[in-house]
Design a protein around this ligand. Structure first.
Ligand SMILES: [Mg+2]
Length: 391
């Protein structure tokens, strides 16, 4: 029997060049406050956590987390690593429950569930490597020839710059395009007009034969969103994403019930029961958990079954291998989000600088290799000079 021998955690702090985002770049949860200074500070993630789990035969599984990496590292080192060391990685469902129940008083959402997710990803990567199969082949296999992807960037800026970016992206023939709003409740009617002008400008370039997704990143509130929805309807958005803060499930349900634009969310929801609530309360028309937050692949597969039974499509937040494998293996995951390779801006791009193996989209699709075992990523040393690494 293979046993887990060690758990190594590293926090990667980016110190390389960055593209500074402007004030009206993307609304976020701090945006409804009248805070002076840097409104974008809660929307920058220049740290990442890697978790490497080694078994006694020398196989290493890689997991990762991008939420509060230094705090998640401490939680893993102090609490979660001792719970899995000495165990058989193939007992993954037991290990998940053990981590979940032993830390239930404080760990079931947020930092704790992010730590569980990172370890669970490493365990799935390990299992794939140990049986010499890609993870998606352990989850149900290939449900689509290739994965269609949508382009996710188009942060708010000048209309000219956004249209130029959309023109450029269009050349790759993506299945859809997601843009971010730059204005929220505190910007009043003038801000509403600015938001609407940009959505119209996107349709002008992209036309109406592709999906257009709209992202609020929790920077609006219920009242503002109720006023915006009828105005957005004519642009036929595929969805409006995270209009209000993640805890306001009733608010999501109210907006979704308006029926004017499908509401999406879930990237800040945790665990099977958290997602069950979003589904059962009809809070979202599209569920967007992120596998490296929601509870890893073990939880995600259970959530997928609940969502499928309710006919709610699952389109995980962010690209990245842990999400691609689930999308490939589930017929109810129709498309993947795709962050183009780009200079470090928000921080979503960092995984391209830490890992190697993420597929690049070609003509609006990407594919996973049938012959690469595990998740198919390795930790790169190409950009080491641009990181401060905490062991
Ligand atoms: Mg989002």
């Amino acid at each position: 029997m293979t046993k887990i021998k060690s758990v190594r955690t590293r926090v990667w702090n980016w110190k390389g060049p960055t593209v500074p985002p402007t004030g009206n770049f993307c609304t976020n949860a701090s945006d409804t406050l009248w805070t002076k200074g840097d409104a974008m500070s809660s929307f920058r993630f220049h740290q990442w956590l890697t978790v490497e789990i080694e078994t006694d035969d020398g196989t290493i599984g890689i997991g990762n987390a991008a939420l509060a990496p230094s705090v998640v590292k401490k939680a893993i080192d102090d609490w979660y690593a001792p719970l899995v060391i000495g165990e058989d990685p193939f007992d993954y469902a037991y290990l998940w429950e053990k981590m979940y129940r032993r830390t239930h008083a404080w760990g079931r959402k947020g930092i704790g569930m992010t730590a569980i997710s990172a370890i669970d990803l490493a365990i799935w990567d390990l299992m794939g490597k140990l049986v010499d199969k890609p993870v998606f082949k352990l989850l149900g296999g290939r449900t689509k020839e290739k994965i269609p992807v949508y382009y996710s960037k188009l942060y708010a800026g000048s209309i000219e710059s956004m249209q130029a970016e959309a023109e450029e992206a269009k050349k790759n023939g993506y299945q859809g395009y997601k843009t971010r709003f730059g204005y929220g409740p505190k910007d009043g009617m003038k801000g509403m007009r600015e938001n609407l002008k940009r959505v119209e400008a996107m349709r002008e370039v992209l036309g109406y034969d592709v999906d257009l997704m709209l992202e609020c990143y929790m920077g609006w509130n219920l009242d503002y969103t109720k006023r915006m929805l009828p105005k957005l309807e004519k642009f036929e958005p595929r969805w409006l994403e995270e209009p209000v803060i993640a805890d306001d499930v009733a608010g999501y349900a109210e907006l979704n019930a308006m029926g004017s634009v499908p509401i999406s969310g879930g990237e800040h929801e945790f665990s099977i029961i958290g997602c069950k609530e979003l589904i059962e309360k009809k809070a979202v028309s599209v569920l967007q958990y992120d596998t490296n937050r929601v509870g890893g692949i073990t939880a995600a597969q259970k959530i997928n079954a609940i969502a499928e039974a309710h006919q709610i499509p699952v389109i995980p937040h962010a690209g990245q291998m842990h999400n691609y494998h689930l999308t490939m293996a589930n017929a109810n995951c129709p498309i993947s989000e795709y962050f183009p390779v780009f200079d470090v801006e928000v921080g979503n791009e960092l995984f391209y600088y830490i890992f190697e193996g993420d597929p690049e989209a070609v003509d609006g699709f990407l594919d996973l290799d049938d012959n690469i075992p595990g998740l198919g990523i390795t930790i790169s040393d190409k950009h080491l000079h641009n990181f401060d690494i905490e062991e």
